[in-house]
Design a protein around this ligand. Sequence first.
Ligand SMILES: [Zn+2]
Length: 416
Amino acid sequence: MRNPILFILILFACLLPAAPAAASDADYHYRGHVAITPESGFLKASWVIEVRDRADNHITFFIRDTLGNVSVQGDDVATTSLGKVEGMEDFTAIKVGLKPSGGAARQIEISYDGELISKPLPHNINTISSEIIELNVDSFWFPIDKRFSKVLSADVTIDVPGTWHGLSTGEVQTEEGKIRVINTDPRLDIAFTLAKAPRLTQASGFEIFDLRATDAGIEALGKTAAACMTELNARFGQTQPLPVAKLVVTSRNAGGYARENYIVLTDIGDTPPDRLTQFICHEFGHYWARGAAFKTVENWLNEAFAEYTGFVGVRTILGEEAFKGQLERFANQIEGKDLPPIWTEGATERSPYLVNYRKAPLVLAEFEKQIGRDSFLRIVQRFFAQPVKTTPQLLTTVSEVAGPEASARFKEMLAK
Ligand SMILES: [Zn+2]
């Protein structure tokens, strides 16, 4: 094996909105038209942004400051100004004052153009080239509310010469020179990949879009995705089964990320089965393991429970030995390190990666061993059914299923 760590699990802002919800729960609906010239990287966008919150009269959006000719219009718009915000130097802040709502949703029309990516962004994740167009919120290609917590549904038509295939969190309709991306579920991002000649795998429950020049690892990825889908749905999908997963395999060796069911992977050619299973099941698991405030200490709930679904995947798909190996690998990564507690009453700060992704899932596995897999599964199922998740609420669930003593013990384990 040339390089066992080809598969780097950095998730650029693993974005987790509060809960699966209907389109009507979106804060905004974006209707957009974007023309892209792949050769030059030039982009020309116009949006009608519907503001659903009737009380929100002052909104600031950011776009990348390589974009110019910004125009803001609309009958509901009272004031507009463009400027910079401290700490966000690479972006143009579009401040919009809205007239009071008369009851209906108000609309803001924003248009701009320019060469979005005038110099490469980290890991080339956001890219416009004659073969591949990959965009997400990290490039600020669409106007994003400065609070970075508002969810939006979207219907975007992309004009791009030639024949392209597309993949996004939602639905992608393609016809010659026109691609329509429709995201009905509210999300924090409009993320998509277009490619001239991807290799496609379609199976029940998932689609794979391979952008590499090789097939290495693709069969294993398909099998892993199918197995994660089956095993996780059997345990956690009773009321909310996983949506169709969209997997993009890139030739990058760093810079994977996930937007729930839309998962962009680094080159998986050399990835060992346990890591691949852990990773895919982790990302699928976020469909339920989300809804804890992700900028706070509570983010441990999102990540540790997603890692736990990874453990369940490894254990059921690859067997007990592989599961043990996974626990050891996690334990080795934190051995001898002085790490803060996972959670204590009154804590607010988001914990470091090794706490949320390594220490905390190991504690979940340890607690599962103490109370038994069946009891722990019942706790996780109940916990996943909560749209908004907090540690005190988890402790209550533990108490209900396994008793107050077990809950007190678990609380101590989190505070170590
Ligand atoms: Zn995650």
